[in-house]
Design a protein around this ligand. Sequence first.
Ligand code: PHE
Length: 343
Amino acid sequence: MEELLKQIAAYKEEIASTVVNTVDSLEAYRIKFLGTKGIVKNLFGEMRNVPNEKKKEFGQILNEFKQFAESKYEEAKESTDIGHQSSVNDIDLSLPEDSLPLGARHPISLVKNQIIHIFGRLGFSVAEGPEIEDDWHNFTALNLPENHPARDMQDTFYINQNPDWLLRTHTSSVQARVMEKQKPPIRIICPGRVYRNETISARAHCFFHQTEGLYVDENVSFADLKQTLYFFVQEMFGKDVKVRFRPSYFPFTEPSAEMDINCRICGGVGCNVCKHTGWVEILGSGMVHPKMLENFGIDSNKYTGFAFGMGIERICQLKYRINDLRLYSQNDVRFLKQFVNAV
Ligand code: PHE
């Protein structure tokens, strides 16, 4: 007992004379006296050697010593403001910050946003619709009745539970949905994902993205169509772009045309992408078929319109030279990283 009391007195003196004025000395003090293997803990461990009748008295002495040691700690921390100092001193304000790992937009999103922006400047707003469609909006309303041979062109995924349901094969279905609700003037683009039952390869995929456009108003002409699409490719690919229109066929437009631009990959000299022709097809278009207008109660004597549809992957390919369609959906970070600074 006596031995212990002497030790405690000595520790008290030591505590009283210990200078604690820095973060390090405060921490050293804490470890020495108050830590899990510190002096206070050890002294409490001595309790088991103290005879029973003295335990109470010694317990009080120990508690008092513990408080003494703790109050020195608290005081030192407060009075020297070490707690505060530590947070300030630990920060080196001159260090360059950790650069945040910046994500990249997917090239499909980049191009989609550019398309939306360009047509937005011409007064087109964005319309969206469901990816699971019914037969009417994807086909019949677009002048593609059942058994129409052109349905074969679009290898459709049907949904087992309901033969009327399918995965939309083009975003023309959104045009149908808008005409259903809205009266002319209508000026929309419909970006979105579409599905076709194709074997996946570098050149084909079972899903891809389109942006279709629709403009219905009085006096809309083929000249408007040409000029709108010409403006679009100039904005997208640069003023030097050359275009040509070729007659084509779509059930929902009459007359119909496909638009080619001069190959952006080889500059027209000839390469795999343009199949050595110097021209690449980028979209289908035409004057909205009067029957389609009538399907939606729009007077085809008063109103005319044009429509177009393009694959976003194709625009991406020409813009960023992406040759394999599979890259878009594999999510390989090495591919995606390249678009961090892309515009
Ligand atoms: N829907 C057509 C397709 O998917 C594209 C298109 C849209 C053609 C509008 C003409 C007018 O191929």
